[in-house]
Structure formats: C-alpha cells, structure tokens
Design a protein around this ligand. Structure first.
Ligand SMILES: Cc1ncc(COP(=O)(O)O)c(C=O)c1O
Length: 460
C-alpha cells in the first residue's frame, strides 16, 4: 500500500487528554438495543471512537481556551462580539454579522427574512436543517447539483457544482420573482463533503447577476472546500487557503455558518449579509429567537473562541492535516475493499451502504443497519445519511435518495492515526459478515428531522 503517513502530519501537539471507556460486545448490544438502533440515541459513554459528527466536536487550541477566559459577559455590546465581527469581515469579506447559537439558528432567521410562501429555493443538494427551515418558511427546495453528485463512484473533482442548465430550467419555469436566492453549500455535506469549484461559482455569479437573484452561502465547511480548490483547480496551487476562502465568499451575497465545524468551536454560528435591509430585518428577528444582536444566544466567551477559531481554521497547515487524516482513513478503507464514496471528501468517509449490504432494500434501512453494526463491532459511532435522513415530502411520501450512506465523520484535532486504523479494521470486520446482516424496521417516527430520534427494531 502507498504510504500516506508523512504528507499530512499535525501542526500541533497534545497537551491534555480525555479518557475513553472501552466496552465489550455484550455491553454494546445492550446499549444499541436501548437506543432503538439509532446511533443518535446512544449515550456517549458507551462510545469508544465518536464519528457521529464533526459538529461541535473539535478540540479547541490553548489560544481558544485562553480566549474563553477573556469573555466579556455584558448583555449588550460585548467586546467579544466586535472581535468576531472583525474576524468575519476581515476573513470572509461579509459586511454585516448576526451571531446565532448554531447554524440552524442562522437558517431560521435567514429563511424568515428572505422567503415568502410559495417561493422556490434552488440549491446544490439539500441539507436537513437548511431545507426544513426553507420549507417551514413556505418555500420548496429544488436540487440543481450536477448529476455526478448522486453517483458514489463518479470521480468528478467538483461534485458540489451547480448544473446551470438545471438552474436555468427552474428560473424559466418559476420566474425570478419566486426565487429569493440560490442556496449554495461549500463542501456539500450530503454528497460526501464534495467541493464546488471556483469556476462554477464564477459562472453562477454571472448567471445570478443577470437574473437579479442572490446567492446565499452555507459556509459551514468553506475552508475544506478551499483545500480542494487549491489541490485540484488550475491557477490556485500558489494561493493560500485564506485567499481562496475570501474569493469564494466574494461571489456570494450572504451566508449562514455553523461555526461548530470549520471554525473549531463547540457551539456557535452566524448569519452574514452584504445587504443593509436584510441585516436590519435579521437584526430585529434575532432578538425574538436567539438573543440580542450582539450575542445571538452565545456567551461572550463563545464568540471569542469563535473569532480565534476562524483564524486558526484558515491556516494552510491545519487544513492540510485535517483533510489528510480523512484521506488516510479513506485510502485504508479502500485497500480493505470497503465501498466508499469517491473522491474522498473533506470531513469524513461516506460508506456506500447499498454496495456494502446489497441484499437489503432501501425500506430495510441499509445505512441505519450498517451504522448499528459498526457500533456493535467496535464501539465506533457513525451516522446514517440515507433514506431515514431524507425524511418525507410534504405529501407524506418518503424521499428515496440515490445515496444511501453511512458517514464516518472525523472531528478536528481529536483522534490519532491509530484510531483511524481501528476504524478501518472495524469496517472490514463487518464487511466480512455482511451477507448475514439483516435489516431494520422503523417502529417510531417523529415528525421533524426523524433521523435524530426515530427508533428501530431488527428484522428476523
Ligand atoms: C452543511 C451544514 N449546514 C448547516 C448545518 C446546521 O448547523 P448546526 O448543526 O450548527 O445547527 C450543518 C450541521 O450539521 C451542516 O453540516
């Protein structure tokens, strides 16, 4: 096997450790049964390596922790807000900032400000909370990502790209008056952390400028996207991550951010915009849902940690080590014959449950099943990203997404290379007995975002 070890070593050393509990298979079987075969319902103390999400699970740096001690907990006008505002303006170029408790807080405010009932929001693949807030505000989401994004084996280097022909059709059909904005995610989560290219963004900017439509940027993983532009797109090899990120943002009119990912904090998010009127309305609404506009549901210390995290997230060495670790795990899994989404994305490895458990139909929840089996094997907690996450349409029918995936999401600066080896070995163990694995049936389904709380039983 090719040696991937040396190209991505971490630009930090470990100062403090968190002890983990190792469990037996019998303990894990009891735990997963009690959790209704839903990894979201497990207690974290039953988990050995937690790959449920990269959201809010990063290790903060000593500088961030020092920043936490500098929290200015004034109700209004905290100095930490101004540090954060400065970090956003300087690094992302957006003019106005509204902090929120996390990404979905920003999605709620933005959707309420920009969407009116009956609107259409095109986007480069849905994200669960983003689409739900668009729908709750009365819009219908339309997927305009390139077809390649729905094919786990396609090697397209920028599977996050928008298909401008699809977008043109949506505009023709509905008219620009019904399209308040185009929703563009960098590092498209549901496609496997796949990037959008700068060339595509530029084309999209030209298209939207012609039609007078905004671009709203879900910038949750913008630095990881910048990494792929630097590595794969002509003309960017010599540009820094910081420069690339700023250029990406410059083609958009506003953003929502879950700072719990790229920006290396355990809690926090924001909405940003270049439009004064949008800002004014959002600044008023945030008081209703989050808190005053200079804290948005966060403590001053959280805003300080976020301001510092934004700076650290744009360091080239940091982002290369972060994506390098993900790639190390992906290459190892591939060498074991585990079917994964190609190319390897920025924040995790997405295992193709349809190929892993080909004998299960989507109604038997192959990805949900596989996530439970991986936990049983090793205590590694992963997440379903398939038919359960996709949920139901407004008419009650299930969405049947083409991608039926298990996400092995890697928290930033948390696990070691030996942990990656354990994870890949566990996937291999489960693969060896894949033929004998039975599916699941859903026995409880909540109304909203069902993947978080649904319960399952094993089929016999
Ligand atoms: C692409 C994307 N957008 C939005 C969100 C929502 O952010 P939060 O979990 O902070 O509410 C997430 C979180 O998982 C995400 O991955």
């Amino acid at each position: 096997m090719k040696n991937y070890k040396h190209s991505w070593a971490e630009p930090y050393k470990i100062k403090m450790v968190e002890l983990l509990r190792m469990t037996t298979r019998a303990q894990r079987l009891k735990a997963i049964k009690e959790a209704g075969f839903n990894t979201f319902l497990l207690r974290s103390e039953d988990v050995y390596i937690d790959l449920l999400t990269d959201s809010g699970t990063s290790a903060m740096s000593d500088r961030q922790w020092a920043g936490m001690m500098m929290g200015d907990e004034s109700y209004a006008g905290s100095r930490n807000f101004y540090h954060l505002e400065n970090a956003v303006q300087k690094n992302y170029g957006y003019k106005y900032l509204i902090p929120t408790h996390q990404g979905r807080g920003a999605e709620n405010i933005l959707s309420k400000v920009l969407i009116k009932p009956g609107d259409i929001v095109p986007g480069n693949m849905y994200f669960t909370t983003t689409r739900l807030h668009q729908e709750l505000a009365g819009a219908t989401f339309v997927d305009v990502i390139i077809d390649e994004a729905h094919d786990p084996l396609n090697e397209h280097p920028f599977k996050g790209n928008v298909d401008l022909n699809k977008l043109e059709k949506v505009v023709q059909e509905h008219g620009t008056g019904k399209i308040p904005y185009i929703s563009i995610a960098t590092s498209v989560n549901m496609a496997g952390g796949q990037p959008i290219s700068m060339a595509n963004l530029r084309e999209l900017r030209a298209f939207t400028a012609k039609h007078g439509i905004r671009i709203i940027h879900d910038m949750t993983r913008v630095a990881e996207n910048a990494h792929f532009i630097q590595k794969r797109e002509a003309g960017y090899a010599q540009k820094s991550i910081r420069e690339i990120v700023k250029e990406i943002c410059s083609y958009t009119d506003g953003a929502t951010m879950s700072a719990k990912k790229d920006a290396l904090v355990n809690i926090g998010g924001f909405m940003a915009t270049n439009e004064w009127e949008v800002f004014e309305e959002a600044r008023n609404l945030v008081v209703v849902y989050e808190g005053l506009h200079t804290y948005g549901g966060l403590a001053g210390r959280d805003m300080e940690a976020m301001a510092i995290g934004i700076e650290e997230s744009l360091d080239d060495n940091h982002i290369h080590a972060r994506v390098g670790q993900v790639e190390y795990l992906g290459h190892l899994m591939e060498s074991y014959g585990v079917p994964i989404v190609r190319p390897i994305g920025g924040h995790g490895i997405f295992v193709d449950a349809k190929r892993f458990l080909p004998h299960l139909s989507q109604d038997e929840f192959p990805a949900q099943t596989l996530a439970a089996e991986i936990f049983l094997d090793s205590g590694v907690r992963t997440m379903e990203r398939g038919v359960v996450s996709a949920g139901r349409k407004a008419n009650g029918e299930n969405y049947y997404p083409k991608l039926e995936l298990v996400r092995f999401t890697i928290p930033r600066r948390v696990y070691t290379q030996a942990h990656m080896d354990v994870i890949a070995e566990s996937a291999l163990n489960v693969l060896k007995r894949a033929k004998r694995i039975k599916g699941l049936q859903m026995v409880y389904e909540p109304k909203y975002l069902r993947f978080f709380q649904a319960r399952f039983e094993r089929l016999f």
